[in-house]
Design a protein around this ligand. Structure first.
Ligand code: GDP
Length: 286
């Protein structure tokens, strides 16, 4: 039995969450087209007959600018301790530059094998991919470099097999049928936040969080917190149209998770400066 922990590192938006989902075959991390969606340490677990691969989907790597990003960075550092290898994800469609090198320096300093995934190769010409591979290869002394598409699944099986081959011998850390170590409350809150971010596009920035207030029988109550009154109004929408739509889209995932039909009650509150409020961050488990 091989098992171990793989830290998934890379700049925001390179496709880390999507790749974790593709590697584990389950939806464990929420995916969005905005940076900073993933704030928590989320583990995706892939178990086969003779191996268990535990993926830690790290929050975006960035320099701390406020208490939230400071905590995010703290989470990054904490989750790097005790990892067996690192999967460094790059965006093939973007310039591989200073941001990637910032992440790479810390990753290569860990002294564990580094596997590079050059993601988003779908719809790119071979020549372009080859050029990007050459640039990626200059980032450090990596074990292997895999061109992949998390979206189409291209190259993902080969990448998974390579990661598993690098794992040490070890026990099962999670029951074979478990795909995440997040609580049901956190998963529900993330499903709601995912839809809220998706449906409001750029109008509501990442200053948005969700908290489950109650799960009782078939009733689930979730509060969405925004930083400003105007963001709150956007989330509510005309006569509540937006918050209803968020609920309509979030409910199927919640019902699948709980294995029953639910009545989802969403509330929207403005909690100015919640990102600077340590008590609030503590309560939300961030
Ligand atoms: P993260 O911030 O690194 O976790 O990135 P996400 O997984 O949230 O992905 C950021 C954006 O890139 C989303 O819009 C994804 O749909 C998109 N994306 C991720 N992987 C691929 C891929 O292989 N191909 C393409 N075309 N888009 C991708």
């Amino acid at each position: 039995m091989r098992s171990g922990f793989v830290a998934v590192a890379g700049r925001p938006n390179v496709g880390k969450s999507t790749l974790v989902n593709a590697l584990t075959g389950t939806k464990v991390a929420i995916v969005s087209d905005k940076p900073h969606t993933t704030r928590r340490r989320i583990s995706g677990v892939h178990t086969t007959a003779d191996a268990q691969l535990v993926l830690t989907d790290l929050p975006g790597w960035q320099r701390p600018i406020d208490p939230l990003t400071e905590r995010m960075q703290g989470t990054v550092d904490a989750s790097l301790e005790g990892v067996d290898l690192v999967l460094l994800v790059l965006d093939c469609r973007a310039h591989i530059g200073a941001g990637d090198r910032f992440v790479a320096r810390r990753v290569f300093a860990l002294g564990v094998p580094v596997v590079i995934a050059l993601n988003k190769i779908d719809r790119l010409k071979h020549g372009h991919v080859a050029t990007q591979m050459k640039t990626a290869a200059t980032l450090g002394d990596f074990h292997a470099l895999h061109p992949v598409s998390a979206r189409t699944g291209d190259g993902v099986d080969e990448l998974r097999a390579d990661l598993i081959s690098l794992l040490p011998e070890g026990p099962l850390y999670f029951p074979p049928d478990q795909a995440t170590d997040l609580s049901v409350e956190v998963q529900i809150a993330e499903l709601v936040r995912e839809q809220a971010l998706r449906l409001t596009k750029e109008e509501v920035p990442h200053a948005l969080t969700a908290e489950v207030k109650e799960i009782e029988a078939g009733r689930v109550e979730v509060t969405l917190y925004t930083e400003t009154e105007s963001q709150k109004q956007i989330l509510i929408g005309k006569r509540g149209a937006m918050v209803r739509e968020i609920g309509t889209h979030a409910r199927p995932g919640i019902e699948e998770l709980l294995g029953r039909s639910v009545f989802l009650e969403l509330k929207v509150k403005a909690a100015p400066k919640w990102r600077r409020n340590a008590t609030m961050l503590e309560r939300l488990g961030l």
